[in-house]
Design a protein around this ligand. Structure first.
Ligand SMILES: Nc1ccn([C@@H]2O[C@H](COP(=O)(O)O)[C@@H](O)[C@H]2O)c(=O)n1
Ligand SMILES: C[C@@]1(CO)OP(=O)(O)OP(=O)(O)OC[C@H]1O
Length: 167
């Protein structure tokens, strides 16, 4: 069993959509980034890459690369899933927490879980997403940005025993 951790923060800014877990959430500001700045998916990707010792999202999807400008982070998550599959890893479970003073995220969490589970090809029961405020403390509490943490466990897929072919 292998464990990974991910953490990311993006700044809130006007005239940006707020996208978390692939869900567009009605709010007066959104997160700033080279991609769609989906901070939850970024933390999840870093946890998955970390568990597989494959580095981080900045290494695989540099923010200097125009191919990733405005990209949906769910597409990047699908690419991370392919990298794990190429190394024969299967995902056991993942858990995440979004740190946001506002807006209220609870109504959107089932859709976030479904998006993540669908892209990763796992049961929604293997994916948990939570939200917390920081009781108005710090950058998240002042509404300057949103952070997310994620942890996951992976394991190598059972290898089928090789059949010996006799000629
Ligand atoms: N942006 C958020 C933050 C929190 N929630 C939900 O509220 C509960 C209480 O949050 P506290 O920070 O006061 O502990 C939390 O457990 C979440 O269910 C939310 O929906 N959106
Ligand atoms: C997701 C990427 C993609 O270019 O860009 P950003 O949206 O800026 O996100 P960040 O977490 O700052 O960096 C990682 C990049 O890989």
């Amino acid at each position: 069993m292998r464990v990974g951790i991910g953490y990311d923060v993006h700044k809130l800014a006007p005239e940006r959509q707020l996208i978390l877990g692939g869900v567009t959430i009605p709010y007066e500001r959104g997160l700033l980034g080279h991609s769609d700045a989906d901070v939850l998916i970024h933390a999840v990707m870093d946890a998955l890459l970390g568990a597989a010792a494959l580095g981080d999202i900045g290494r695989h999807f540099p923010d200097s690369d125009p191919r990733y400008k405005g990209i949906s982070s769910l597409k990047l998550l699908a690419a991370v899933k392919d990298k794990l599959a190429a190394e024969n890893y299967v995902i056991n479970n993942l858990d995440a927490v979004v740190v946001a003073q506002a807006p209220k995220l609870a109504p959107h969490i089932p859709a976030m879980r479904e998006n993540i589970a669908r892209v990763l090809g796992v049961d929604p029961g293997a994916v948990n997403v939570k939200a917390t405020t920081t009781e108005h403390l710090g950058f998240a509490g002042r509404g300057e940005g949103i952070g997310a943490y994620a942890v996951c466990t992976l394991q190598r897929a059972e290898q089928q025993p090789r059949k010996t072919v006799h000629f």
